[in-house]
Design a protein around this ligand. Structure first.
Ligand code: TMP
Ligand code: ASP
Length: 254
């Protein structure tokens, strides 16, 4: 981590200047937050697992034609990504009711939704990432109508692909959050999938037991957080090479 210029520090990641212009190094921390930073902890080994899980999922998505910022994994905790201008809109796709939709709309937990639902949240920690409509996004210029169409179409493709991929390893993709960025190429701009796809930003339920294999284990103090992330990685066939040394757990501090 030394000698590199830090560009940004988020709740679970740090971005550093990359080795060449237009690239960044994305470092995955073990820090966990929930409920807009009100609950904090360290999940030892989470960063290593998330680095691998996001690498795997972004690579698979790239192979089926979803453009992403991912370039390659550099080491246990870092990956090289293209520098993008992050669009301040979090796109959530839901297949099964869980979390905030249950509270907000009174939908029973675990009810299958009539169809996949795409929601937008304004990425602003101070405001607690409020739910917003397309109208707000386009009126305030966070994204143009065409950008939003692209994001929605990509989010649904990601949902189709990842739902199948997870189902194949006995996991239900309940919901997930995506972030997108603008990638500039001379005068041309295109929208690409950015940030990460990991159990920090997804709900993943075991197909047999409906047990959580994601950050809800941390949010709800269910225990065995890192073990659940490890199991996701194991089922995807991507356990990190030097795993046990850097992943001792459980050590969920609050
Ligand atoms: P929610 O039920 O709290 O709205 O979350 C829906 C999904 O989106 C869940 O898998 C967690 C993810 N998510 C994030 O990753 N970051 C966020 O800031 C929020 C609000 C949700
Ligand atoms: N990621 C958000 C936070 O850290 C919300 C959550 O995941 O519960 O506060």
């Amino acid at each position: 981590m030394a000698r590199r210029r830090q560009i940004y520090e988020g709740k679970a990641k740090v971005l550093f200047e990359g080795p060449e212009p237009g690239t960044l190094v994305q470092y995955f921390k073990d820090d966990a937050t929930a409920f807009n930073n009100q609950k904090r902890g360290i999940i030892t080994g989470k960063g290593v697992l998330n680095n691998r899980i996001s690498e795997y999922l972004m690579t698979r998505l790239g192979e089926v034609g979803v453009p992403t910022h991912f370039v390659r994994r550099l080491n246990m905790r870092e990956q090289l990504v293209r520098e993008v201008e992050i669009i301040p809109v979090e796109v959530v796709v839901r297949n099964i009711a869980a979390g905030s939709i249950c509270k907000r709309l009174g939908v029973p937990e675990a009810a299958p939704l009539p169809r996949s639902i795409v929601e937008y949240y304004y990425k602003n920690d101070e405001l607690g990432d409020p739910l917003v409509a397309e109208e707000h996004i386009t009126a305030f210029g966070w994204a143009a109508p065409q950008d939003l169409d692209d994001m929605m179409a990509m989010a649904l493709r990601v949902n189709d692909f990842l739902s199948g991929l997870f189902l194949g390893v006995g996991i239900r993709l309940v919901d997930f959050k995506l972030e997108f960025g603008r990638l500039w190429n001379d005068e041309e701009m295109r929208i690409v999938l950015a940030d990460e796809i990991t159990p920090d930003g997804c709900r993943l339920w075991d197909i047999e037991t409906n047990g959580s294999m994601d950050k809800d284990r941390f949010r709800q103090d269910l225990g065995n957080v890192v073990e659940a992330y490890q199991e996701v990685a194991r089922r995807l066939g991507i356990m990190p090479e030097a795993g046990p040394r850097d992943m001792k757990g459980p050590a969920t501090l609050q």
